[in-house]
Design a binder for this molecule. Structure first.
Ligand SMILES: [Fe+2]
Ligand SMILES: [Fe+2]
Length: 134
């Protein structure tokens, strides 16, 4: 069973960003399934590499969008993105160097890593963009 399920609860109300979040959900599920099924290291490494790359693409796109709309909390949001990127890069380095990471703790980490950020932070810019203040 998939670790994460996309639902309207995760929607930030911006179609392109929802689409990118869905892609991240897909990559995390793919990685989790590969780990849970005891797939070879190459599969995990490849999917995690893709996750790192796509994370950077997505964060850059969000920052661009926030900048375009004059979102007032851009700097704070960028800082959070930097922290999230560092965490996934660190995880990637662990996996690439062959360290064991239990699939349960990895799953919990990634779920929290993505969902918490969307619900607690991304929804704020979604709200701001949809209902501009002033
Ligand atoms: Fe996001
Ligand atoms: Fe974000």
């Amino acid at each position: 069973m998939a670790l994460l399920q996309w639902s309207e609860k995760l929607s930030v109300g911006v179609i392109e960003m929802d689409r990118q979040h869905q892609r991240l959900v897909q990559l995390i599920n793919h990685l989790y399934d590969a780990m849970a099924a005891g797939k070879g290291d190459d599969v995990k490494k490849q999917v995690l590499g893709e996750l790192v790359t796509y994370t950077k693409v997505h964060f850059a796109a969000e920052q661009c969008l926030m900048r375009e709309h004059g979102y007032p909390h851009l700097i704070d949001h960028e800082r959070l993105h930097d922290q999230l990127t560092a965490k996934v890069v660190e995880l990637n380095e662990k996996i690439q160097s062959g360290k064991m990471v239990p699939s349960v703790s990895l799953g919990t980490f990634l779920k929290d890593w993505l969902v918490t950020h969307i619900v607690e932070e991304d929804k704020k810019y979604g709200q701001y963009i949809r209902v501009p203040v002033g």
